[in-house]
Design a protein around this ligand. Structure first.
Ligand code: ADP
Ligand code: ASP
Ligand code: MG
Length: 408
């Protein structure tokens, strides 16, 4: 007997028929003698629908109220799932995040899980119930409803698996595993039977939406056995996220390509080139809880320099007003501008450690297509570039081909 957490994404609960299908899979696992915790997302499109409703009333919705609203999507699907399980003759019980007590911090719309009270769930599992938990949501210390950021149901699934010391966390979605890149953009993309945590972490952090980054962080930290599978197919092993690197000569240098259209670039021009400036620019940004991704600063000439960084598109206006109101006058910057027509493309692979010339190859391939690189950042196993968003598809396709990631 194993304890398995199964997480189903939006397309897997998009209508009653799919929910019945999900229930049938759960019933099969239950019949094998396993204990099952199901985590569900809202029906596909529902979170976006709620978001636009809120924006019709308040263009930049108050984050606490927004979370009250967004969390309702998952409250509908937990109940539908429990009902579908009951219809199959199973004992089932649903819980919202607050009912479980998935305790988070109070960073509304992007809260982090602090702890999970597993008492009720364990009791129910021992009593033979399938437990159905709402993804994407929690509750803060004051009892406010919080949400975990888009795609956050993955994190609920993995965090529950960690708290319950589950034997496996299965992420059921609309693709049958993790691919060399998004198969919707590049149909030639290939499914990976395994990928290392390190690589998955980079791919997720660089924008591969198949797993939310925090879910991968949790799985790595708590050693959760994590697998991505198709909810539309009965068979198939999907992709296992592994801890070991393959000791395999055939291992390609690059394992995958991620891309991200969600970032915006902010440039502070004509900044005095002296100690403390980076802190004076980014300090107030961090205080406002705005995440910064890439950062570049030019070498100074004539005593000034330019400073550029990227933030989530949703937070560009917030960051710009902080800089204009609190920073520009203070440090004497000439100009502050924002550009949200950018995209980031990243190549990822543990093979980069043992190969040279990968970055120059990437830059050559992009140059041959006339694609200008605006920013570059690297880690030991990743090279990321920011380019004009209109070249995104082209860049991903040519890199995918040049690094021989296509199906054989
Ligand atoms: P769910 O609603 O099940 O959580 P998501 O839409 O969040 O599903 O994630 C699955 C989607 O991730 C796929 O439909 C696919 O378009 C996209 N995706 C992006 N990069 C990859 C990748 N490398 N491998 C597989 N899918 C990817
Ligand atoms: N429903 C939420 C979203 O659309 C959470 C999730 O699907 O993981 O982002
Ligand atoms: Mg998702």
């Amino acid at each position: 007997m194993a304890l398995i957490v199964q997480k189903y994404g939006g397309t897997s609960v998009a209508n009653p028929e799919r929910i019945r299908n999900l229930a049938r899979r759960v019933a099969r696992y239950k019949a094998m003698g396993h204990q099952i915790v199901v985590v569900v997302s809202a029906m596909s499109g529902e979170t976006n629908r709620l978001l636009s409703l809120a924006k019709e009333i308040m263009p930049e919705p108050d984050p606490r109220e927004l979370d009250v609203m967004l969390s309702t999507g998952e409250q509908v699907t937990i109940s539908m799932t429990a009902l579908a399980l009951m219809e199959l003759g199973l004992k089932a019980k649903s819980y919202t995040g607050a009912q479980v007590k998935i305790l988070t911090d109070d960073a509304f719309t992007k809260a982090r899980i602090l702890s999970i009270d597993d008492n009720n769930i364990r009791q129910d599992l021992n009593d033979g119930y399938v437990v159905v938990v709402a993804g994407f949501q929690g509750v803060d210390a004051k009892g406010n409803i919080t949400t975990l950021g888009r795609g956050g149901s993955d994190t609920t699934g993995v965090a529950l698996a960690a708290a319950l010391k589950a034997d496996e966390c299965q992420i059921y979605t609309d693709v049958d595993g993790v691919y060399t890149t998004d198969p919707r953009l590049v149909p030639e993309a290939r499914r990976l039977s395994k990928i290392t945590f390190e690589e998955m972490l980079e791919l997720a952090s660089q924008g591969s939406k198949v797993l939310q980054i925090r879910s991968v962080e949790f799985a790595g930290k708590y050693k959760v056995k994590l697998r991505v599978l198709s909810s539309f197919e009965e068979e198939g092993d999907g992709t296992l996220i592994t801890f070991e690197e393959e000791n395999n000569m055939e291992q390609p240098v690059i394992s995958g390509i991620a891309f991200n259209r969600d970032e915006a670039k902010i440039t502070v021009l004509g900044v005095p080139d002296k100690p403390g400036i980076a802190y004076q620019i980014l300090g107030p940004i961090a205080e406002a809880n705005v995440d910064v991704d890439m950062i570049i600063q030019n070498t100074g000439a004539d005593g000034t320099t330019d400073f550029t960084f990227t933030v989530h598109k949703n937070e560009m206006n917030k960051a710009l007003s902080i800089l204009r109101d609190k920073v520009q006058g203070h440090i004497g910057a000439r100009e502050i501008s924002g550009d949200d027509k950018i995209a980031k493309v990243s190549i990822v692979g543990v093979g980069m450690r043992s190969h040279v010339g990968i970055a120059s190859k990437m830059f050559r391939i992009l140059a041959e297509e006339g694609i200008n690189i605006q920013m570059i950042s690297t880690s030991e196993i990743k090279i990321a570039v920011v380019i004009d968003e209109k070249y995104l598809e082209l860049a991903v396709r040519v890199l995918h081909k040049a690094f021989e990631l296509e199906q054989a």
